[in-house]
Design a protein around this ligand. Structure first.
Ligand code: FRU
Length: 492
């Protein structure tokens, strides 16, 4: 179905009840609804927003267009959780109903202040000529969950030198001040981030563009969804640059998402000097992540498990995308380590275990199959050229996670995973890893795979669209032997 501009920019109450019924029916008959990931009840989800802990609960909002699987008029949808695992759908968090958000309540973040949760976000507007005018706005949620917006934006103008691509404020507090980092595009159409400072979240001063390493000064045409925090004595700048050319195994997706780690940012003026941009995820579907600090001091990160401008098989079923599982970040050897949040262990049910030596063969084991599960497999390198595991195996279908010992690469191959998605960007993702022992911790849901390699050294995330009956798991070694031990927990 082609969506006209008029159809995309409709509000929920402008849809006919029959339209919503048809949409819900399509979604209910979809074989790819997830079981333990946050997904929209209808329509399209994109960026995680306002990830925070407030009044004894985690709050997580996301970008949402309710009426179909397209990027239309964006709302914030609100979910909350006591344990980071079981999320309750609360309802609309921010409705785009003010003049400063006529074309969507775009991405932003949350911070607690004076007993309330302040949501700072971008109000997207378009004029008659369809020219964008972005505003940075504030909505304040009390402990009862009532949200009130300020009558006017808190930042109404784009500073000189930048275009109307100016959005996605991420707020934090340092000392007596609040800071907001905003994704921007310079007049010469290169991407960057800028910093604002405030004492009360309502009036903001422009502190300037963040000065970055020269290798990042011309790095794509727009930096979306920036984030900045300090972790284990280092500064970490996260952003999602658009317009980066692929290089060897890197930057294979339409848009990227990664971090730069270095000495903490100097604030006045803002300077962050490290230049080594590293992708957060080596897989296919990961974008616009956002972090928060948990009450026990852990830095947690959640991303959008999807990408802009790509069609997904669930579009036919009236919905699109989900969020990733929460990851805990730490720093080791100047690198971010990303582990699945330990709370996820609450999902573990029946356990199966094996230990074996594979000799140039493909092997299956009882208890090792399923549609939704966690699997940890540890391989000790022997003589095999290649070893790994096939997931969601069925007739002519399999998803491959393997290690190429000669090339020293981890490989995630979804070329035979079922219905294809974003094929023009390739169906295989790889990254170098020099290790003797390889561990894959894999979370499989009805239509996704998240692979944490060697305790969070690397992560590969991807949507897959197999048949429901494709439930097999098989371990394999090619051209030699490998020792494997594996544990699997069913998740349903
Ligand atoms: C990133 C993004 C943000 C914007 C939002 C709109 O995916 O383009 O820059 O705020 O999505 O939904």
């Amino acid at each position: 179905m082609e969506w006209s501009r008029k159809q995309r920019y409709r509000r929920i109450e402008e849809s006919k009840p029959s339209e919503m019924i048809t949409l819900k029916e399509k979604i209910d008959s979809c074989p790819w609804r997830q079981h333990f990931h946050i997904q929209p009840e209808t329509g399209l989800l994109n960026d995680p927003n306002g990830f925070s802990y407030f009044n004894g609960e985690y709050h997580l909002f996301y970008q949402w267009f309710p009426l179909g699987p397209v990027h239309g008029l964006k709302y914030w949808y609100h979910t909350k959780s006591k344990d980071l695992v079981h999320w309750e759908n609360v309802g609309v968090g921010i409705e785009p109903d003010k003049y400063y958000e006529s074309h969507g309540a775009f991405s932003g973040s949350a911070i607690e202040y004076e007993g309330k949760l302040y949501l700072m976000y971008t109000g997207n507007t378009r004029d008659e000529k369809w020219i964008r005018h972005p505003y940075q706005c504030l909505a304040v949620m009390d402990k009862e969950g009532n949200t009130e917006k300020l009558p006017h934006p808190v930042i109404s103008h784009v500073p000189e030198g930048y275009t109307d691509h100016f959005r996605d404020p991420k707020v934090w507090k340092k000392g007596d001040f609040f800071y907001a980092i905003i994704g921007a595009q310079r007049d010469d159409e290169t991407g960057c981030v800028v910093l604002y400072r405030s004492q009360n979240l309502k009036t903001w001063d422009f502190e300037g563009e963040m000065e970055v390493h020269k290798s990042l000064q011309e790095f794509g045409f727009m930096w979306e969804c920036p984030d900045y925090f300090e972790l284990d004595g280092k500064g970490v700048l996260i952003f999602s640059p658009q317009g980066i050319q692929s290089e060897e195994d890197r930057y294979q997706n339409i848009y990227q998402s990664g971090y730069v780690l270095g000495d903490p940012m100097k604030y006045e003026p803002p300077v962050f000097q490290d230049g080594n941009f590293i992708e957060l995820d080596r897989g296919f579907d990961f974008y616009a992540p956002q972090s928060m600090l948990s009450p026990d001091g852990r830095r947690l990160l959640i991303g959008w498990m999807g990408l802009p401008e790509i069609e997904y098989p669930t579009d036919q079923n009236g919905w699109a995308h989900c969020l990733t599982l929460p990851r805990e970040l730490t720093v080791n050897n100047n690198k971010l380590i990303q582990k699945p949040a330990k709370e996820l262990q609450a999902l573990r049910k029946a356990k199966s275990e094996i230990e074996d030596i594979l000799e140039n063969e493909v092997k299956t084991y009882s208890g090792f199959e399923g549609e939704t599960y966690e699997l940890i497999c540890q391989f000790e390198k022997g003589s095999a050229d290649e070893f790994g595991v096939f997931l969601r195996v069925g007739e002519n279908e399999q998803t491959v996670v393997k290690y190429d010992a000669g090339g020293k690469k981890v490989i995630f191959d979804r070329s035979h995973s079922g219905e294809q998605v974003g094929e023009s960007y390739g169906t295989v993702r790889k990254c170098l890893l020099h290790e003797e022992k390889i561990t894959f911790q894999i979370f499989v849901d009805s239509s996704s795979v998240e692979i944490f390699v060697n305790d969070g050294e690397e992560v590969f995330t991807g949507r897959i669209f197999p048949k429901t009956e494709s439930r097999g798991i098989a371990f394999f070694a090619n051209d030699g032997s490998v020792k494997v031990n594996a544990a699997k927990w069913t998740y349903n």
